[in-house]
Write a protein that binds this ligand. Structure first.
Ligand code: NBP
Length: 478
């Protein structure tokens, strides 16, 4: 038994992760249900490091030093349970099973509980960065026991991406499902970021009248400022790309129906359960759904809308600057909502997640990596109990400075008939939170009227009900 770590499930993610471990000097046992994949991996990449190819589960387990560390990289869901059922009987107390797939955190909680009874540490790990990240350094979000992290952490820190300051983009997130929960919210934020960028593009195209090439330039420019991020960078690349077959802009030949794998949807479902308003993320998920409904879109095609009005080149450039403000302000809201959800999950499940550390481990390797995350980390470092990112002085100042442009952009979008659901939902969230009074008072009155649901008063303690169908006097109900 010489291998320090084992990887089972050698499709693209598992292979690349195994190679990453090997390239970093670890001896890696590799295994796959279909042995051909194991053989192919070692044949093609065996020169990169020390691999031990195992045909059977028993061989695999025997190749590992103790306590064993086994990474499962198979299709999420039933296949993960099947692999756990196969390996668990072969393992001993203190061994660690690591699930690097995109598991739902509730599944991770269940698996952790079941394996704990057997004395096995189960570590649900969120991994972001796609294929390339798995090979060159992903952002890694491990859950599980503190003890498991003591054994696993040093290996993960070696293979993880490094932030600009050299810090590894991984740290122990919290017990059981915490890592997969944080990965889920990461993906939700990714949906919001992408939708906000899409709305900015749409406005630059339809209101400013910019060409895709000009918009690519604009994004490149923005990428040198506060919006500096991987997603802005690749947006410029995609927009600058020309389709070889037609000579047209690539973005004009791609079908405009966005697909999804489900982690954005999970984020919203869980947010609803926790009562956390993640309206920006929800609008992003719904926007993809709307784009995919060809039937509804065809049926609505002839509906009336405003006539297009072109802006002068100077007005277009001024408008583009406001779009940058709208994008930045909405982005602050998306992260505010996402971090609120992590805090709520952490409280609900007793995870004690350090929000600043989460911002820190997203700084490299993952899809939402951005200069912006340094600021979020700084905000939580300064005030770990920060109730909301909007309560941070610097973010408050920045969003305050952007709000005029943000409003103008949304007004222009409404006037021009361009849908900006995520921009608009983000602004509504901002305005709702800063409002002195909300119409929720009226909602409470209605609820009391039709359902005697009671209400609280602004001037006295207690809960009250008005006898709406009687003499309309008020009674105290508590
Ligand atoms: P896939 O999700 O395509 O899964 C293929 C692997 O699962 C193969 O090794 C296959 O073995 C194995 N497998 C299946 Br399917 N059923 C099995 C079973 N019942 N028993 C044992 N093995 C089984 O691979 P992937 O795209 O590399 O992704 C792996 C995980 O990583 C997934 O959970 C994914 O969501 C997650 N992830 C992916 C990305 C990404 O960018 N692609 C990023 C982050 C996380 P076989 O070779 O014998 O069929």
């Amino acid at each position: 038994s010489t291998a320090q770590i084992g990887v089972t499930g050698l499709a693209v993610m598992g292979s690349n992760l195994a190679r990453n471990f090997a390239r970093n000097g670890f001896t890696v046992a590799v295994h796959n249900r279909t042995t051909a994949r194991t053989t192919a991996l070692v044949e093609e990449f065996g020169h990169e490091g020390a691999f031990v190819a195992a045909e059977s589960a028993k061989e695999f387990v025997d190749a590992l030093e103790r306590p064993r560390r086994i990474v499962i990289m198979v299709k999420a869901g039933d296949p993960t349970d099947a692999v756990i059922r196969e390996f668990a009987p072969l393992l001993e107390e203190g061994d660690v099973i690591i699930d690097g797939g995109n598991a739902h955190f509730e599944d991770t909680r269940r698996r952790e509980r079941e394996l704990r009874e057997q004395g096995i540490h189960f570590v649900g790990v969120g991994i972001s960065g796609g294929e390339e990240g798995a090979l060159l350094g992903p952002s890694i979000m491990p859950g599980g026991s503190q003890e498991s992290y003591a054994s696993l952490g040093p290996l993960l820190e070696k293979i993880a991406a490094k932030a600009a300051d050299g810090t590894p983009c991984t740290s122990h997130v919290g017990p059981d499902g915490a890592g997969h929960f944080v990965k889920m919210v990461h993906n939700g934020i990714e949906y919001a970021d992408m939708q906000l960028i899409a709305e900015a593009y749409h406005l630059l195209r339809e209101v400013a009248g910019y060409s895709p090439a000009k918009i690519a330039e604009t994004f490149r420019d923005w990428n040198r400022g506060r919006l500096d991020s991987y997603l802005i960078e690749i947006t410029a690349e995609v927009l600058a790309h020309t389709d070889a077959a037609t000579g047209q802009a690539f973005v004009d030949v791609v079908a405009d129906a966005a697909e999804q794998k489900g982690t954005g949807r999970w984020t919203v479902q869980i947010a609803l359960d926790l009562g956390v308003p993640v309206s920006g993320i929800a609008e992003a998920v719904f926007a993809r759904a709307v784009s995919g409904h060809a039937d509804l879109r065809t049926a609505a095609r002839g509906l009336a809308g405003p006539a297009a009005a072109a802006l002068s080149p100077e007005a277009a450039d001024a408008f583009a600057a406001q779009v940058e403000e709208a994008l930045y302000a909405s982005k602050i809201v998306a992260y505010t909502q996402g971090f609120h959800q992590i805090r709520a999950g952490s409280e609900e499940y007793g995870w004690n997640v350090d929000l600043g550390a989460v911002a820190s481990l997203w700084r490299g390797g993952c899809i939402i990596r951005a200069a912006f995350l340094d600021r979020i980390r700084a905000a939580y470092d300064a005030r770990p109990d920060l109730p909301s990112l909007l309560a941070d002085e610097r973010f408050a100042e920045e969003i305050g400075a952007a709000q005029e442009g943000w409003r103008s952009v949304i007004t222009a979008a409404v006037g021009a008939g361009i849908p900006v659901p995520a921009f608009a939902a983000s602004l509504a969230y901002y305005d709702a939170l800063r409002a002195e009074r909300l119409p929720a008072a009226l909602t409470q009155g209605q609820r009391d009227f039709f359902g005697a649901h009671t209400y609280r008063r602004t001037d006295r303690e207690g809960s009250f009900h008005t006898l709406w169908s009687g003499d309309r006097s008020e009674v105290r109900t508590d």
